[in-house]
Design a protein around this ligand. Structure first.
Ligand code: GLC
Length: 747
């Protein structure tokens, strides 16, 4: 151990230089920084606090969007620095003109919005997009969202949501990229690039906002807003990496989370917002609180009144107060009575002005106030095409017994059943956080199938039941149709309101009487395809045991019906992979692939090992799982060298072949296990992946290059290190990959 530690310490020096990479978001040119300081010197205390004050609008209803008298007076007094949910090129332009021409300091305002997965062209929910394991396409999807938001006057996008989530009861698992820090980091960076574009000052670039800092997805029992309590190790190794990845990709802003972490609310945490974010990570951008999160410090009972809440929030490093107006109303007195230093206020104002300068708002405050762009860009053909491509690659084929799918052209009668199949529930197909969305823009499943099924196919349809309520149960009618059909397609799942914020569920099975309906359909004796449209992993044990084909379709956005029809008819071969584990039952949760060994790893031969009496430890469908209409075989997993020194790289190759009868995409995944270390390490960790397209019979060798960062972990002192010893590599089409090889790190 002494030898190991000695070497580890040497490596610590090597690595520290590399791992604490500085964010691209830095202080601006000295002349600009000087200009910012000169503006601050001219501002009154009220004007300074006005820059830290954000008010809410009418939530994207551009027809009725109008500031009321009180808001207009605040704006003219220089008491508003930014708006939330105010959109529309004309109206944002009108408001900006007041800010720039009728206030004393003439500082432009920022318009912010939640454009999580599309603005009018709603793309698949982020959890679905992560299922594509295609960061380039996810970046294009984010670009579409940014262009449409910009066309409607938005400057600042409250996305990407990068919270790691391991508990499917949590409704906001829909908004992130699942359970894995590496996949989550790759997707976070892709979305930041997509939102911010190549030039932050160009039309169509939106300021990105990585949220919710931090560890919001760690809520106990998956109950939204609930307590988060985890070790600093888990926080740093699992939950923090995607925020850091977003910052390293150039995100200029973060949003502070509602939750506490181990006794300290994030939105009042100096350790999180200053020591870690600014001092350790060197972040020079700005932090906005989540909605009323500053006021909520009183609910957390760490502030006796709103003034104290404001002092704690601002002093911790939360620069902008979203809609609780505490900074504006309570902090002038706090400064005047010496409870809050002017220097703290000035530093927050400096950060806000730095972002506004970096974004080019002083040079062109009206950059996104161009109504002609709204007509040109919103729901354009090109944007819909991106949404369709994204939806195609987001769909995960979970099961396909005897190749029931794609629907054979010999199947002349198709019974389409389910509350998410018809046109009545189109709004549900776009999922959570689709504020500007209109149902008439969504292609339903029935519409998609009508246009894609072979001519002459008879398509029968019945709702069968409601999504959640017991009323409207029509299994009898649905079964009658099923009996007339050659195949039954059941489209079941969750409504929009069962997913997203404040939508935690204590039972994550199919809601309402949907499972009852599915069992009735199965009794009709015809082959049944289950399509699930949901915003979280569901418990699907009966379905997996009894239904031959299961398609995980998530909430796919405006092109849902077309994408699904393309996949069900075989026009497109599904290629998605799960970014999150599907448990067999809720009792297993939290259940994730990169778990620890424990001192008693499960063994079928030894009762006294980690297990349940009533269910296997294994998931129903593992992280990384996803089938295709073709098959793939892996071979020749090899390392370029069996031994490397700690600071060097290592090439790892694996061959994948299309052993089936049709072309398809496969996501090749590489996992690593540090066999023995000075702290316990996960049984495996995703370190790289690549999507490959292969014709039938074609094979390719994929080579990954492992770097020292991939071998680095936090030692007992929570400092990054690599230790000598053996490592195991796994490669394949899911986290269950069996192909393995080994190498060693030598001193
Ligand atoms: C909400 C969400 C946050 C969102 C904000 C503004 O409560 O937690 O994700 O960006 O308010 O809408």
């Amino acid at each position: 151990m002494r030898h190991r530690t000695a070497l580890a310490l040497i490596l610590l020096v090597l690595l520290t230089a590399g791992l604490t990479s500085q964010s691209p978001v830095r202080t601006l040119a000295p002349a600009v920084e000087a200009k910012i300081d000169s503006i601050i010197r001219l501002m009154t205390l009220d004007e300074k606090l006005g820059q830290l004050n954000q008010i809410g609008g009418t939530w994207y209803d551009t027809k009725t969007e109008r500031l009321n008298e009180e808001q207009t007076a605040l704006l003219k007094a220089g008491s508003i620095g930014s708006f939330l949910g105010v959109t529309g090129a004309a109206e944002t332009g009108r408001i900006q003109r007041i800010a720039v021409e009728q206030t004393r300091m003439k500082i432009p305002v920022l318009f912010s919005a939640d454009i999580i997965h599309g603005f009018h062209t709603i793309t698949p929910i982020p959890l679905a997009e992560a299922s594509s394991w295609n960061p380039a396409l996810v970046e294009r999807s984010a670009r579409v969202a940014a262009m449409e938001g910009a066309a409607s006057g938005v400057h600042w996008n409250y996305a990407p949501m990068v919270d790691i989530a391991r508990d499917p009861r949590w409704g906001r698992i829909a908004e992130g990229s699942g359970e894995d820090p590496y996949l989550g980091s790759v997707m976070a960076a892709a979305r930041v690039r997509g939102f911010q574009g190549n030039d932050l000052r160009a039309f169509g670039s939106l300021l990105a906002c990585a949220k919710h800092f931090a560890a919001y997805g760690g809520a106990e029992a998956g109950r939204d807003y609930n307590t988060v309590d985890m070790s600093e190790r888990t926080l740093r190794e699992t939950f923090l990496p995607p925020y850091k990845a977003a910052i390293d990709a150039g995100a200029w802003t973060l949003m502070s989370a509602f939750n506490e972490i181990g006794g300290v609310p994030s939105s009042g945490s100096p350790w999180l917002m200053t020591d870690l974010l600014r001092t350790e990570w060197g972040f020079k951008g700005m932090v906005v609180s989540d909605y009323t999160a500053v006021m909520e410090l009183m609910n957390h009972r760490i502030a006796a009144d709103s003034t104290e809440a404001g002092i704690i929030g601002l002093s911790s490093g939360v620069d902008i107060d979203m809609v609780s107006r505490i900074y504006l109303r309570k902090l002038p007195e706090a400064v005047r009575t010496g409870r809050l230093s002017m220097a703290v206020v000035d530093e927050a104002v400096r950060r806000v002005l730095r972002v506004k300068f970096a974004y080019g708002l002083f040079d062109d405050p009206y950059r996104h106030a161009r109504p002609e762009k709204e007509k040109e860009l919103l729901l354009s053909k090109e944007h819909r095409a991106v949404a369709l491509a994204m939806a195609h690659q987001s769909v995960v084929l979970l099961k396909n017994e005897k190749a029931l799918l794609p629907i054979s052209p010999t199947m002349k009668t198709v019974a389409l059943i389910g509350p998410l199949a018809g046109s009545e529930n189109r709004r549900d197909l776009v999922g959570a956080w689709a504020w500007a969305q209109r149902p008439e823009d969504v292609v339903s499943v029935i519409d998609g199938l009508r246009s894609k099924l072979p001519a002459g196919t008879r398509l029968l349809y019945d709702r069968g039941c409601e999504i959640s309520s017991d009323s409207g149960y029509r299994a009898e009618q649905a079964v009658k149709l099923a009996k007339q059909a050659d195949v039954v397609i059941a489209v079941l799942g969750e409504s929009q309101r069962l997913s997203g914020e404040a939508a935690s569920r204590s039972d994550i099975g199919l809601p309402g009487r949907q499972l009852e309906l599915l069992k009735a359909l199965k009794s009709a004796g015809k082959p049944v395809v289950l399509v699930v449209m949901n915003g979280r992993p569901l418990t699907l044990q009966w379905e997996a045991d009894n239904i031959p084909a299961i398609v995980e379709a998530w909430h796919l956005g405006v092109e849902a019906g077309n994408a699904l029809a393309d996949i069900l008819t075989g026009a497109v071969n599904p290629s998605g992979k799960l970014p999150v584990t599907f448990p067999r039952n809720l009792g297993q949760v939290p259940l994730y692939y990169n778990h620890k060994s424990t001192g008693r790893p499960f063994s079928v031969k030894d009762h006294y090992t980690t297990r349940y009496l009533d269910v296997p430890n294994t998931p129903l469908f593992p992280f990384g799982h996803g089938l295709s209409y073709t098959t793939f075989a892996y071979s020749a997993l090899t390392v370029a060298k069996n031994e490397i020194t700690a600071g060097s790289t290592l090439d790892v190759s694996v061959t994948v072949a299309n052993t089936g009868t049709r072309a398809g995409d496969e996501v090749v995944q590489l996992y690593l296990r540090d066999d023995v270390a000075s702290v316990t390490r996960p049984v495996k960790e995703l370190k790289a992946f690549r999507r490959v397209s292969l014709a039938p019979g074609e094979r390719t060798t994929v080579t990954f290059t492992l770097t020292p960062v991939d071998l680095t972990f936090l030692g007992p002192d929570l400092k990054p290190r690599i230790e000598p010893g053996t490592f195991t590599l796994f490669a394949g089409g899911s986290s269950d990959a069996a192909l393995e090889t080994h190498f060693a790190v030598v001193p």
